[in-house]
Design a binder for this molecule. Structure first.
Ligand code: XMP
Length: 511
């Protein structure tokens, strides 16, 4: 079954992905493409949205795609820069604004548009974030709404299904933003909202069956949400022809390997648990440099995985849990690729020499959608709600060199912290939490004895995608109890600190 698709042209706004998610929350499938790469099969998209941008339409480096195949031919919505672009190039005028146009504002309707503003109340709060303003509407432009500071806040073009809004419907602060997108897409563009997690599962399973036939597929499970959902989808499609490998790198959480392996087996997956702890710890021995530690783990993983995969006779495919944000080709405001802050190692790191074809069943969906698809597949809610955990595991939370003793200490500390969060009903309020073992000994006193032992840092952050994060204001009583538990129960630790740094400028992991 074919669903209606919406195209979002990305002009580099920090909110472009949010537009795609809002549209998908309406059960409408949307795709993001760079502004200058309009898909050749444009006729297959039922409507187009132009995103915002950090650029100015008047600037020298302005982004000027040719919209002749779109404008006037299919429903089109310009958001912020998109609205300015539609004005600037069709006989309107865009100029720097005199007043600050950032933050909350309220709409007043100038001309009724029953379809576009259906169920939206006069005075509805919207969110502005721009420094240029549309001074004159384009040819055939009809003003629909203003705010106190922005005269041309919403307009349409007579004779076309082209609409434009200066504010951002995708951000939470625009109260009726989703409704407005729904009005445009469903009422004006006549898009059918029938793309749901259930339909995604049904169609993906059918596609996988057709694509893979009787071929064997190997997949590396990590214990995380993405690889698990990918595995269950594939299992539904090809059953025992899916061979899962779950590697214990010795750097997982306490008892994680055993408990997750049992869970996977309980789900009917054909999974082999490989305990390669010693090999990873050997590869890390004596190494303190964070990047070299990551690279050593990446190499060891590929060796172990490749070795296991070679035991599967005639395997043709490698499955990966890649998700949509990893494949979106977004345009960056700085023009260039962003600098490598840390070289991420994921289970998906493809060893070229394996020469397998790649299958990525989740590559069109966002993380929150992966969770919904997982729920529709009947995967345990606890597994789906797990905090993200980095591929290199505790190695990047043990600052300096990694030894089995340090891993043991950190596993104990981490377990107390995580179990505590669960017991206090805080786990689901936190996006990610963990503990860091610092390369610092400090003096303490226990009973009458002087101690000279390790210090650990606890970190708990809120975030939506890990790109930015803020530390969580955990209750003092919880921190107090956790600190006591850790110092009393974990031999070798006599001091606990709490990390109160946001990202940026800090990162979530310490290495
Ligand atoms: P940072 O430390 O870069 O982390 O702020 C952002 C998010 O990414 C996770 N992370 C990783 N995940 N392989 C992964 O699969 C890695 O090498 C890796 N390094 C960091 C981190 O846990 C956080 O969620």
């Amino acid at each position: 079954m074919q669903h209606d698709k919406v195209l979002i042209l990305d002009f580099g706004s920090q909110y472009t992905q949010l537009i795609a998610r809002r549209v998908r929350e309406l059960n409408i499938y949307s795709e993001i493409h760079p502004f200058n790469k309009i898909p050749k099969n444009i006729q297959e998209y039922k409507a187009v949205i132009l995103s915002g941008s950090p650029f100015s339409v008047r600037g020298e480096e302005a982004l000027h795609p040719d919209l002749s195949e779109i404008k006037g031919k299919k429903p089109l919505l310009g958001v912020c820069y998109g609205a300015q672009y539609l004005a600037h190039f069709s006989g309107g005028n865009v100029a720097p604004s005199n007043t600050r146009e950032y933050g909350r504002a309220n709409l007043s309707f100038i001309k009724a548009d029953e379809a576009f503003f259906a169920n939206i109340s006069e005075d509805s709060q919207v969110w502005m974030s721009h420094s240029d303003t549309i001074q004159e509407l384009p040819t055939h432009g009809v003003l629909l709404a203003s705010t106190s500071d922005v005269k041309n806040a919403a307009y349409k073009i007579e004779g076309e299904t082209t609409y434009a809004i200066q504010f951002h419907p995708e951000v939470y602060h625009t109260k009726d933003g989703s409704l407005l997108l729904e009005n445009f897409l469903v009422h004006i563009a006549q898009v059918t909202p029938d793309w749901t997690p259930d339909s995604f599962v049904e169609e993906t399973v059918a596609d996988l069956k057709a694509q893979l036939g009787n071929d064997k597929v190997v997949l590396g499970l990590s214990g995380g949400v993405d690889s698990t959902v990918a595995a269950v989808l594939l299992h539904k499609a090809i059953g025992k022809n899916l061979y899962c490998i779950f590697v214990n790198n010795g750097l997982l959480r306490k008892n994680e390997f055993e408990s997750v392996l049992t869970q996977y087996e309980g789900m009917g997956l054909n999974v082999k648990g490989v305990d390669a702890s010693a090999r990873f710890l050997d590869a890390l021995a004596g190494e303190s440099d964070p990047e070299k530690k990551r690279k050593a783990i990446g190499r060891a993983f590929i060796e172990v995985f490749d070795n296991e995969a070679h035991h599967i006779e005639d395997v043709k495919w490698l499955a990966q849990g890649t998700i949509y944000p990893d494949v979106i080709e977004s345009i960056s405001a700085t023009g260039g690729p962003s600098a490598t802050i840390k070289s991420h190692h994921n289970v998906g790191g493809l060893p070229d020499f394996m020469k397998l074809k790649v299958v990525e069943p989740l590559k069109t969906i966002f993380k929150d959608e992966v969770r919904r698809v997982g729920a529709s597949l009947g995967i345990d809610a606890e597994l789906l709600g797990r905090h993200p955990f980095p591929g290199p595991g505790l190695a990047i939370r043990i600052l300096g060199d990694v030894t089995p003793e340090k891993v043991r200490i950190l596993q104990e500390v981490d377990a107390i912290f995580i179990n505590g969060l669960k017991a206090w009903n805080l786990y689901d309020k936190v996006w990610q939490a963990g503990a860091m073992l610092l390369p610092v000994n400090s003096v303490g006193v226990m009973g009458d004895e002087r101690t000279y032992e390790k210090c650990v840092a606890l970190r708990a952050v809120e975030s939506t995608d890990g790109m930015t994060a803020d530390w969580v204001n955990l209750p003092y009583a919880f921190l107090q109890k956790t600190s006591n538990d850790i110092i009393n129960k974990v031999k070798g630790v006599n001091r606990v600190v709490y990390d109160i740094s946001s990202k940026p400028p800090a990162t979530i992991e310490w290495e």
